[in-house]
Design a protein around this ligand. Structure first.
Ligand SMILES: [Zn+2]
Length: 221
């Protein structure tokens, strides 16, 4: 009888230990999940190749196009500078991606804001005058990242660095369609049918781009 009572007691102790272990495990899992949620959301990737100022390849084969920024194409001024700049900040580092709207474009590339540590790379490019803010509906001006980026672009305009240091023959005025994100020369074919009451007119290129517009890719103001 004594042996059986002892065995029962041991079994109970094991059961209690098991319950306590499970409870601790449960709490640890909950805590880790919460830290992950409340810490810094986003997918993490290593950047293994930089293609140009606003696109790169990630470990695992995905390609990334930085959101809301457009850097110079090959044979355009500052192409190499922008590519080197992004490369210096991102290559072989672990980046955190924050998405807005569609996660991929029609080419299958990921579309995201990229943080390395706590530095927003999309913003740094604009701050150094190596790209233009480039918005669509998904990346509107209410997003915190976009507000930082617009502020960075305004400061780059004011300090005339990078793209803002390039001398350009001015047009008499510049045009944007109401609710659209591109700035045009007055003669651009994209705005040929634009009604005057749907037009916004700017005296200078910088005045238009300060509001968050970006240069039209056809007329390249
Ligand atoms: Zn245009």
């Amino acid at each position: 009888m004594a042996r059986s009572a002892k065995a029962n007691k041991q079994r109970r102790l094991i059961q209690i230990a098991l319950v306590i272990s499970l409870a601790i495990l449960f709490l640890v899992v909950r805590f880790v999940e919460r830290v992950d949620e409340e810490g810094e959301p986003g997918d993490r990737f290593e950047i293994v190749r930089v293609s140009d100022g606003d696109s790169m390849e990630l470990r695992g084969g995905d390609r990334l196009r930085l959101l809301a920024v457009d850097t110079p194409e090959k044979r355009e001024p500052l192409y190499q500078e922008a590519t080197n700049f992004t490369s210096d900040l991102t290559l072989n580092k672990i980046g955190r991606l924050v998405y807005a709207g569609a996660r991929r474009d029609k080419y299958g590339r990921l579309l995201a804001f990229l943080y390395i540590d706590s530095v927003l790379i999309n913003e740094q490019i604009l701050r150094n005058g190596l790209g233009y803010l480039y918005l669509f509906k998904d990346t509107d001006l209410d997003r915190p990242e976009v507000r930082l980026m617009l502020q960075a672009q305004r400061e780059a305009i004011d300090s005339k660095i990078g793209l803002w240091a390039i001398e350009r023959a001015p047009e008499p005025y510049y045009v944007a369609a109401a609710g659209a994100f591109r700035l045009h020369r007055p003669g651009c074919r994209s705005i040929r049918k634009l009604a005057p009451h749907n037009s916004r007119i700017f005296d200078t290129r910088e005045e238009g781009l300060r509001t968050g517009l970006s240069p039209c890719r056809n007329c390249k103001p």
